[in-house]
Design a protein around this ligand. Structure first.
Ligand SMILES: Nc1nc2c(c(=O)[nH]1)N[C@H]1C(S)=C(S)[C@@H](COP(=O)(O)OP(=O)(O)OC[C@H]3O[C@@H](n4cnc5c(=O)[nH]c(N)nc54)[C@H](O)[C@@H]3O)O[C@H]1N2
Ligand SMILES: Nc1nc2c(c(=O)[nH]1)N[C@H]1C(S)=C(S)[C@@H](COP(=O)(O)OP(=O)(O)OC[C@H]3O[C@@H](n4cnc5c(=O)[nH]c(N)nc54)[C@H](O)[C@@H]3O)O[C@H]1N2
Ligand code: SF4
Ligand SMILES: [Mo]
Length: 710
């Protein structure tokens, strides 16, 4: 492709690492090619397989190109934008008149820009409801809850750069950065490990993170392959081991007494919780030798700077908040917070999940995490917006889906695919079918859009500009090369047009993301010191309260951002997963991701490069289990839970643990969420994707093998 057009500098649309890439436009609108961006701030030109393949789906033949309306006979037909908008406005008005504003739900998208999500949550609130949420609910909602409550901010405490430079021990629990955050892993963490840092990985499944750290000095690498859902007993063993050692050898300094005294509260509660805790019994529950866990505890406690990395294996449990609280406990009692190279670090998932939360697309908070039920905070936002906001938190996205057809009558989905991504997906599909009205705004026809009344074709990431916020709170600008398809529109334009037609013109009169960002700055304190000019090519880390603030690479140097300024320690007790194995369903099913695929697969399964290696779903089965069931490697089996069944290929491998089967959520034809359990963490409302009881059928009809789902 030769072109005299200039490439644009933008950000990779896949994961939250926030790598800079360039898009080279060609002579025709769909001609877009990836180019490295040599001095991009996060990745300095390096890229993983997804970043390099990102442009492959921009001009894919499956792109939605025109608005679609469902006809009386149930079929979709092409419509004009005007028709589509009028239909949406009529339905939004009807639903509000008939049932009140809380009968609508709004799903924002961690795949779109801050400005667009800001406008969508503003639209929901102007409509009169706080029923607005995004995929963080299924992702790090529990992490954010625990971090916010106990430390102050729902984000990584440290940044990739200070971790790379100062961290001596990487404690990676329920996260697989080798595949899900490849550039963070290869360019930052692995470099530190090559320089001598230790790695402890806590995960029931071996993966590329495990393999990427198979360094010469194996003493430095430990993989604790625990049973899914036993992270609390495991961390309680770690905590008790550290406390016991300190009691006898205070001079070793395993516990940081000064830090506990000056900067924390709740230490006694932790000690009480652990007083009668039986380490032997707990190790058995974890399925690990006690000494292995004790050795890991020693390594953590004796490292100069130890950092915890926490992912979906911790957050996606009914005890997700408690899981993360126990990691916070470990960091606080050892003084591993408020310094470079330490902390509790959730690697955020989607390219803009951090930003989508920052701009207030959640049912309980406004921009900048200001609580909707905090009168002063809410009023400060209302002053800028010029309308009032309901003062009660709304429903989460998983709750909205479960209320669909009951209290929720209508749904506006911008860039989410709940029929694939939410737990117990068969029921989700049934419920969405009961809605009176649903609009889906996406780049492809999704499993969710199949249930819509109106489908709006959005442009992709490569076609437009705006800002996104990466996992270490760096706000960066994206830049687009213009529309590939004439009749598609940017999410920003669509949402502001709906707002303008529904309400007062001026409240939604935006045609430029920078103007939206200027308003966002007024209501989001941690973004107040940022402008498009100041973001430049490097971006800025939040918090950035005033113009000229450089942002903080790590948080809480002096004090925590809690009301008392102290870090909150709180002992937690084990809650087993809601479903544990029994005679009927004797296996534990857990689900997680692959490097080359992405979430519900709408983009990655359409990308030739990404789809090449693994074009369909599979389930990892341990050799002992395979022998018991008589399963050959490569054979198709039926995987079942109390909620559904899928047919897929069995991989016999000791990557997984005996009794544990492991599969992925990426493929529609054998969708793991037909099996997962709709049970939520009480506080954060995150589903338990990481543990359900399951069974395998081996004798299946050959015809079922290709069919996938039942
Ligand atoms: N390639 C790729 N990258 C992605 C994504 C993708 O789909 N593909 N998605 C993005 C998104 S949205 C997110 S949120 C992040 C997620 O990134 P991660 O947090 O790494 O997510 P997962 O791979 O779902 O789960 C992490 C690990 O948890 C383990 N696990 C399962 N059950 C348990 C348990 O009970 N305890 C413990 N300790 N571990 C357990 C799994 O085996 C897995 O290795 O990745 C982002 N990056
Ligand atoms: N079993 C199981 N289920 C899981 C998980 C798990 O570990 N196990 N993980 C959970 C997690 S962490 C997450 S984050 C969720 C993800 O759940 P979802 O957010 O529902 O899944 P995605 O596939 O990321 O959906 C993003 C949608 O946005 C669309 N899109 C992309 N770009 C644009 C754009 O520019 N504009 C618009 N309007 N649309 C766009 C895509 O085509 C896609 O349909 O899944 C959850 N589900
Ligand atoms: S690490 Fe994440 S942001 Fe970087 S290139 Fe890969 S998918 Fe994109
Ligand atoms: Mo996620």
């Amino acid at each position: 492709m030769s072109s005299d057009k200039e490439p644009v500098k933008t950000i990779c649309p896949y994961c939250g690492v926030g790598c800079g890439i360039q898009v080279q436009p060609g002579d025709e609108p769909g001609d877009v090619q990836f180019m490295p961006w040599g001095d991009a701030p996060v990745n300095e030109g390096r890229i993983c397989i997804k970043g390099g393949a990102a442009t492959e789906v921009v001009d894919h033949e499956d792109r939605l190109t025109d608005p679609l309306l469902r006809d009386d006979d149930g079929e979709f037909r092409e419509a004009t934008w005007d028709e589509a908008y009028e239909y949406i406005i009529d339905e939004l008005e009807r639903i509000r008149d008939e049932y009140g504003p809380d009968a609508m739900g709004f799903f924002a998208s961690s795949k779109v820009m801050n400005e667009e999500n800001y406008l969508l949550q503003k639209l929901a609130r102007r409509y009169g409801t706080n029923n607005v949420d995004n995929c963080t609910r299924m992702c790090h909602a529990s992490t954010v809850w625990a971090l916010r409550t106990s430390l102050g901010a729902g984000a990584m405490t440290n940044s990739m750069r200070d971790l790379r430079e100062e961290c001596d021990l990487f404690w990676i629990q329920g996260a697989n950065p080798g595949e899900q955050h490849p550039i963070a892993n290869s360019q930052y963490f692995r470099q530190a490990v090559l320089d001598g840092a230790t790695v402890i990985q806590v995960d029931p499944h071996a993966n590329k993170t495990t393999r990427s750290f198979q360094i010469d000095d194996t003493e430095r690498h430990q993989h604790l392959q625990l049973n899914p859902g036993t992270d609390i007993p495991l961390l309680n063993i770690v905590l008790k081991t550290i406390l016991e050692h300190h009691e006898e050898n205070p001079e070793d300094g395993w516990v940081d007494e000064e830090f506990i005294a000056e900067r924390t509260e709740g230490f006694d509660h932790l000690k009480e919780t652990l007083a009668d805790f039986d380490k032997e019994a707990a190790a058995e529950e974890c399925g690990l030798p006690l000494e292995e866990i004790e050795l890991a505890a020693e390594k953590y406690a004796t490292a100069d700077n130890a950092a915890i990395f926490t992912g979906m294996g911790m957050s996606q449990h009914a005890c997700g908040v408690d899981n993360v609280q126990n990691e916070i406990n470990l960091a606080l009692i050892t003084g591993n917070l408020g310094r470079a190279g330490t902390g509790v670090n959730p690697l955020r998932g989607q390219n803009n999940v951090q930003g989508t939360c920052d701009v207030g697309a959640m049912p309980n908070v406004l921009p900048g995490y200001q609580l909707v039920d905090d009168d002063e905070a809410r009023e400060s936002v209302e002053d800028v917006w010029g309308f009032s906001v309901p003062d009660e938190p709304g429903l989460t996205n998983v709750e909205i889906s479960y209320e669909a057809g009951d209290s929720v009558k209508g749904l506006y989905v911008m860039g989410e695919n709940p029929v694939m991504s939410e737990p117990d997906a068969n029921s989700v599909a049934d419920r969405l079918a009961d809605l009176e009205f649903m609009v889906v705004q996406d780049i492809f026809m999704t499993e969710t859009a199949e249930f819509a009344d109106v489908i709006l074709p959005a442009t992709t990431w490569a076609e437009r500009g705006g800002t996104v916020t990466n996992t270490d709170r760096r706000v960066q600008r994206m830049r687009g090369v213009g529309n590939v398809h004439e009749n598609t529109k940017h999410d920003l334009e669509i949402v502001s047009e709906v707002g303008k037609r529904l309400f007062e013109e001026k409240v939604f009169d935006f045609d430029d993301p920078e103007v939206v960002f200027e308003e966002l700055r007024q209501v989001c304190p941690s973004y107040h010191g940022m402008t498009y000019d100041l973001l430049g090519e490097e971006g800025l880390h939040w918090p950035c309260y005033e113009l000229g603030d450089e942002g903080d690479p790590f948080l809480y140097e002096e004090e925590f951002d809690t009301e008392s300024g102290l870090g909150h320690i709180e002992g937690v007790e084990h809650t087993p997963p809601a479903e544990t194995p029994d005679d009927e369903y004797p296996l534990i099913l857990t689900t997680a991701r692959l490097e080359e695929h992405y979430n519900t697969g709408t983009m990655s399964t359409r990308s030739p490069t990404l789809n090449r290696q693994t074009p369909e779903n599979f389930v990892d089965v341990h050799p002992e289990d395979a022998e018991r069931y008589g399963i050959e490697d490569g054979e198709y089996v039926r995987l079942k839970s109390r909620r559904g069944e899928i047919t897929l290929e069995a991989h016999v491998t000791d990557d997984t643990k005996e009794g544990v089967v492991w599969t992925t959520p990426h493929f529609a034809a054998a969708s793991a969420n037909r099996l997962t359990n709709h049970v939520l963490d009480e506080r954060a409302k995150i589903p338990e994707y990481k543990a359900a009881a399951a069974e395998i059928d081996v004798d299946i009809e050959p015809a079922d093998r290709a069919a996938g789902d039942d």
